[in-house]
Structure formats: C-alpha cells, structure tokens
Design a binder for this molecule. Structure first.
Ligand SMILES: Cc1ncc(COP(=O)(O)O)c(C=O)c1O
Length: 396
C-alpha cells in the first residue's frame, strides 16, 4: 500500500538552500576535494567557556531543569532579556508580558505566521531575504508579497510600492536590519518610523528580525525597533543567542514587543512545544547577564575575517563591498561569471576548488546574480580560499 503524499504546500517548496549546497559539497568530498566552507552562517568558534560551565552546572546540580520547562520561559531569563534592552537601548520591557523565549528565532517566526495568518492575509517581506521569512509562508494559509531590494533601491524596502489592496490585507510586515543576506544596515530608525506609520492605520504588525544585533563593525551600532515610542503598540523584535554567543546549536532566541501578540504566540506554542530546556535557559541567563567581553572578542574575530576576505578576494580579481554588520558579504557574481546562474557558479566552484558559497537564488528570486559568503572560516582559510578563487577565475 503506498504511503500518503505529503502536503501540496510542502511539495511545492524547493529544498532549503543549505541542503542543495550540502549535496554539492558531499559530491566534492567524495572526489577528494578539501573543503573551505562559507555557506551557512553557522558560527565556527565555540560557545564561551563560562556559558558552557553554566549549562553543566545546571544540568548536574539542578534536577528541576530535567523536567518539562514552563511555557513562558523562566523568570530570570525574561528578566535578563528585559535587562539586555535596558542596558543596550535604555528601553523598558515588561518581562512578564512583553517577552517570550523561543527555541531559536526561526521557530518563533514560523509559529507567529501560524498564529496570525489566515487564508486571505498577506505577509510582506523584502527579497532576497532569510529563507524562513518567506518560504515558511507556504506552510500556513496566508500569502506572501515580496518587496525586491537591489542596487537600484540601495537594498532598502520601498513600502510605497506595496499595492493598496495588499497593504489592506497584510498582517505582518517583516523588516530585518542588519540584513541577511545583503548585510544592509541602517543608521537611524527612519525605516522603523516609515513602517510604523504605514502599519498604524491598518490591521498590521511590524516585525524586526534583529538576529545580527551584536555582529557590527568599525564604529557602527545597529538601532532597535523597540526604541520607537510606539513600538509596543505595533511591533515585535526577534533575536537569537545563536550568533551573539555562538550558541546556534543550543536553540534559543526570543521575541519582545506587543503584549497581546506575545500572548497569542505563547498560546499557539503551548499546543505545539514545551519551550526550551531549563538548563539551556539558565545558561542563556549567564550569557546575557555575564561578562560581555566574549561578545567584543567575537566581533573582533569577524571584523578581522571581513578585512582579510576583502583583501584576499580583491587580490583574486573580485572586489566586494565590506559589510558594516552581519556575518555576510553579499557579492555580485564576478564579471567573468556573469553569464552563469548563481547555483551553477556555486556548484562549479565547489567541484573545482572546494570553496563553498551560498547561491543568491537560495534567498529568493531577487537574489539571483549574487552569492552570499559567510565569515565562518579562519583568516588562514580565507587567504587560501582567495588563492583558489584566483586560480578558478583565471580559467574562466
Ligand atoms: C535573519 C535571521 N533570523 C533568524 C535566524 C535564525 O536564528 P535562530 O538560530 O535563533 O533560529 C537567522 C539565522 O541565520 C537569520 O539569519
């Protein structure tokens, strides 16, 4: 007897970008290639020692953390998240009603869609974008409207380009600054003002994905949407410990903002999951309230890699624009490779030189013509990648 077919929505989705790239990578490994991997924004340095010690202590000495966790997250963690906003942005957040810890922000994004979006509702996202911002819409009844961001609009969303009939049906407007994959940053809260003014007379929330809040360079400092005086009326802000504390494998993030929306998301999640393991929540408290030198050190590592990559790739004949934040260079295909699709370029470079990038098309239709390069290898490997790239380009 045949097993049932999976849902039409899932069938219609292409494989997740990193799964496609992993296939190329495995083929190259099978042919003996040495791999240098810049595809996924997966921090390669370890979680700071005091955070690891904290999880060991909790799991060893606090058996209450072995039980089902509470749906709303432990109070010390909610306090620590509110404290993070006070310390960094002088914003008051109510830890009891305006914070929800998440099993990583990716989980919380998908479940927010399920919480709020019905058949005829829209989610508006820029494109290219983090895949979970737009692919996930296929898994819920709503529809997606993409706002292209590109060189012509300086990679900024043009909210005026949203047709009125779509704006009227939009429930969630997603912003993401600092931006993945483009590395686009904002100097002030102008786009937050615009988005809130756009949303306030409609039935719409504004969400800023702030996953890269701590990955900034030179004299740049990213603004938060929660600094806006009306943010608590219309907004949510998502964040994650994945990049800020090298805790991607631990699966912990959070959302703050409008209390009613947070309450509804909490209700939805109470039927789906049991929240984050207690020992991981305790370690997250250590991360957020402990010495922040580890975050400073991590920024220095990424900034050193960014500069090394700029130099090495320029020497190979490919000049990239340096990002002021995030883990990513968003690079137009080299002149000699312009005729190729980004996925072809990525596959060829992996198979010939073992250097792994993400194809721009994996971030949506408006990402074609670009690749995303993550700063997740050492400076030494970056220099080696530069040499391989030079050899690759000289043969094109
Ligand atoms: C913009 C953005 N949001 C969310 C995430 C996922 O974060 P988490 O690990 O907390 O699920 C990522 C991961 O790359 C990201 O780039």
């Amino acid at each position: 007897m045949p097993i049932p077919k999976c849902s039409e929505d899932l069938t219609n989705l292409p494989p997740y970008v990193f799964i496609q790239v992993a296939k190329f990578k495995n083929n190259a490994i099978a042919k003996g290639k040495d791999i240098i991997e810049f595809a996924q924004g997966n921090p390669d340095t370890p979680t700071p020692k005091h955070i690891v010690e904290s999880v060991c202590d909790a799991v060893t000495n606090d058996p209450t953390t072995h039980r089902y966790p509470t749906f709303e997250g432990i109070k010390p963690l909610r306090d620590a998240i509110a404290g993070w906003y006070k310390r960094k942005y002088d914003v008051d957040i109510d830890p009891d009603t305006e914070v929800l810890p998440l099993i990583g922000s990716k989980e919380g994004l998908g479940h927010l869609y399920c919480t709020y979006v019905s058949d005829n509702d829209y989610i508006v996202s820029s494109n290219p974008s983090y895949p979970a911002h737009y692919f996930t819409v296929n898994m819920c009844p709503g529809k997606l409207h993409m706002l292209p961001i590109n060189e012509e609009n300086n990679f900024m969303m043009d909210l005026k380009a949203i047709p009125q009939e779509i704006a009227d049906k939009t429930k969630i407007l997603i912003l993401n600054y600092p931006n993945n994959p483009t590395g686009r940053t904002i100097d002030d809260g102008k786009i937050f003002d615009e988005a809130i003014n756009f949303a306030k007379d409609k039935n719409m929330m504004v969400l800023n994905d702030f996953a890269y809040s701590e990955i900034y360079f030179d004299d740049y400092y990213p603004p938060s949407i929660m600094q806006h005086p009306e943010a608590k009326k219309y907004c949510l802000e998502y964040n994650s410990l994945s990049k800020s504390y090298n805790m991607a494998g631990w699966r912990i993030g959070w959302v703050v903002g409008n209390a009613e929306i947070i309450g509804n998301l909490k209700k939805y999640k109470s039927f789906i999951d049991y929240g984050i393991s207690g020992f991981i929540q305790k370690a997250a408290v250590t991360a957020l309230t402990g010495d922040q030198k580890c975050v400073e050190d991590m920024r220095k590592i990424y900034q050193g890699r960014r500069d090394a990559m700029y130099k090495a790739f320029k020497a190979a004949g490919w000049e990239l624009e340096k990002p002021r934040a995030t883990l990513y260079f968003w690079a137009k295909l080299p002149e000699k490779c312009k005729h190729m699709k980004s996925i072809e370029f990525v596959e060829k470079l992996i198979m010939e030189e073992g250097v792994v990038f993400s194809p721009g098309s994996g971030f949506g239709p408006h990402g074609e013509g670009y690749v995303r390069i993550a700063l997740v290898e050492s400076e030494e490997k970056i220099k080696e990648a530069g040499k391989r790239l030079e050899r690759f380009l000289s043969k094109m």
